[in-house]
Design a protein around this ligand. Structure first.
Ligand SMILES: [Zn+2]
Length: 336
């Protein structure tokens, strides 16, 4: 979704189209936008996530952003937040996040109290998945699985048209299903064997450093200025230049992603699987081996119609759009 011109904004206002503020809290950046109920972003902004502080600093930043946006857009009627980390549902309490210092923060309650508006706080991956399912590559479908391959591996499950979170909100952690318990790779969550430890930007960087160490004069080590500096981005650059080692690493990444998708499709039988995140810009470099492994491992391959695996459409806007849509939907102001 791109920003719209003034004419479109006026048209939305004339229609009485309700707006919500959608906010996506990540480890380094907070993205926020004023979003119409059709998903159109009217205005957006980006600020750094407060570091070396706890919940109050994050709350102050959010309230300041919200105050500025409401001053410019009087018809904002709800607040939606997608927060990185473990978020309780339906209380919207942020329990913990690996890269942000907030702990046990009753963010939803605090936002309602300080703004006087309906507010919803959701896990960030769920919010982004909801946007993709409603308005992105899953539009028109009711059973959608979304996987986001970034630094980690996030995602969400939309089943029978509803976002599925489990009993407390921390379900649908697709990156932490166990696929390789004997492989020796520890995930960021502390467990050995998670899908994320095999299929993420972090996993690609780690595999890239190991490969570059055996080829010190190869393209990976050369691009990065040394094997120890190779990242997932380096592997992507080298693969785009046709480097055989880098392409093999993408094949491995796609293989594991396909293994994970096969299990998820076997469990949930969705209409479509969407793959998003920074690495999906690699398109077929990633999705071709993913589809091959998926077709190899999915249950009853010969007797079923396979769901398509599609790249996500909304990019980094998915978090703010999904948060805003969830806020409007919960406040019974949106069409969803
Ligand atoms: Zn894990």
């Amino acid at each position: 979704m791109s920003e719209v011109g003034a004419g479109d904004i006026e048209a939305s206002l004339a229609d009485g189209c309700p707006f919500a503020i959608g906010i996506d809290i990540g480890g380094t950046k907070i993205a926020a936008g004023v979003v119409a109920s059709d998903g159109m972003i009217i205005e957006n902004t980006l600020i750094p996530t407060p570091q070396h502080d706890d919940g109050p600093a994050v709350l102050r930043s959010l309230l300041s952003l919200i105050g500025e946006m409401r001053a410019r857009h009087e018809c904002v009627q709800a607040i939606g937040v997608g927060a990185a980390g473990l978020v309780d549902w339906p209380d919207g309490q942020v329990r913990w996040a690996p890269n942000i210092s907030y702990r046990e923060l009753p963010l939803q309650e605090l936002l309602r109290h300080h703004t006087g508006l309906p507010a919803v706080v959701e896990n960030d991956a769920n919010a982004a998945a909801w946007a993709e399912a409603c308005l992105g590559a899953g539009a028109g479908h009711r059973d959608v699985i979304v996987l986001t391959v970034g630094t980690g591996l996030g995602g969400g499950l939309i089943l029978d048209g509803m976002l599925r979170r489990g009993q407390t909100g921390i379900g649908a952690e697709v990156g932490h299903v166990i696929v390789d318990p004997d492989g020796g790779l520890q995930c960021g969550c502390g467990v050995v064997g998670c899908l994320e430890a095999r299929a993420s930007g972090t996993a690609l960087g780690r595999a890239g450093r190991a490969a570059a160490a055996t080829e010190p004069t190869g393209l990976l080590a050369t691009l990065a200025g040394g094997a120890e500096h190779v990242t997932g981005e380096t592997v992507y650059q080298a693969a785009c230049l046709g480097d055989a080692t880098a392409r093999q690493l993408f094949d491995q990444l796609g293989y594991w992603l396909g293994v994970g998708i096969a299990s998820l499709v076997t469990l949930f039988d969705p209409e479509v699987v969407i793959v998003g995140g920074g690495l999906v810009t690699a398109e077929d470099l990633l999705l071709h081996p993913t589809r091959s492994a998926f077709e190899r491992f999915v249950f009853a391959r010969a007797h079923r119609t396979l769901p398509p695996i599609r790249p996500a459409k909304l990019g980094t806007d998915a978090g703010i759009i999904g948060s805003a849509l969830l806020a409007l939907s919960t406040a019974k102001l949106g069409p969803l």
